[in-house]
Design a protein. Sequence first.
Length: 468
Amino acid sequence: MPGVRALPLSPDASAVLADRITPPVGSAMGKPGFVWGVATASYQIEGAVREDGRLPSIWDSFSATPGKTLGGDTGEFACDHYHRWDTDLDLIASLGVDAYRLSLAWPRLQHADGTANTAGIAFYRRLLEGLKSRGIQAWVTLYHWDLPQHLEDRGGWLNRDTAYRFADYAALCAREFRGLVTGWMTLNEPWCSAWLGYGEGHHAPGLANPRYALQAMHHLLLGHGLALDALRAHDPGTPAGIVANVERVTTDGDTPADHDAARLLELHRNAWVLQPLLAGSYPAELWSRLYPGAEPLVLDGDMAIIGRPLDLLGINYYFRSNVRAGADGLPVMVPLDGVERTQMGWEVYPQGLEDLLRGFHARYRLPPIYITENGTASADSVVDGRVDDAQRQSFLKRHFAAVSRAIDAGVDLRGYFVWSLMDNFEWAFGYERRFGLVHVDYASQQRTPKDSALALQAFLAQRRAGQT
Ligand code: IFM
């Protein structure tokens, strides 16, 4: 593979590496049928932002604004995947995974008047056919944050009309790509779009008002429900759902107020998204306690659209937060000392994933669950052709064990996608933070599988041989 450095490994070395990552012996995760995959997103890897009629997105504008991203990094070139997709697919195939989770760039697929951009469609068709010919399932997210800028210019997710434009785009994708997609996901992490993008301004479009965030969330979820209808109308039979990021929240305080503060923050992180999707209502404490006056405008019938049954729910999990109650009883972040952290500063807390999955299972009627993202960033570098990412291997092994325990406890969990296939544009943190199983040298675009990639490859080979 040009541009990819692969390590020849002896069988002994492979076995050692596999052991560093393997889920517990006998786990459902080691059985045939469990879906193993890797994940990426369009703006984070593609580059080629001005090619073949692609329109500007909110992330082009945001990252080009001084001070918004670390080092002023943008997605202009990223991993140059738009040109290297074929060898990148070979790389994915070489890992031995069953599936690849990717996202489509809305600004590549529709012109500003809503008509189809045939060059963009041709790109994704080549990609999806390339996956199919390699025997790899395509799990496709419609929206991983790259909103066309022209829609933001008309209010973005604050404008109810964006939800309807999203449904039109979903219908186009379903018509064009049906037969090539194993699972559809409407939105990736609406919490991040709404809160980081409209509530805090750390993400595009960079607005900072909780009232905006609650309204943007409502339109995102409405768009999700309308898009589900469109996917089902134009690609019936292919499972469709949504991806939510979730966060474990605990308190090290010992007062009832501390526990209430943890409950409130967890509601803001998780129930804000999951409750409307799975139980048909918003948690009203969002506006009665956390953000007074921020109740969103919800029209008759909206909650029924948002609550359409899901065929699948993607869960993205990374860390836990610790809080205590402030003087007003509201949550205040109190980072714990002496815990293991990643390059992002996030606490490594695998138990949180099991806790959350068991909690959701007890509270909601869940559709089949897929871990659509889990992984870690570390300051990896290539030394003598090798990347020794010991923390990632240990992180993954401990999270696999947590997932396995959740399955044993009765959660219908059917697949796991590592975030990410390769190092990429980590949004406001630019290229410094490395989440990949594969190291990317951005100057040369050389890809070097890290030891975690080799370990995953070795484990999946053992699984195929029935040795897990
Ligand atoms: O890189 C992101 C991804 O785009 C969405 N989920 C979290 C990842 C790590 O921050």
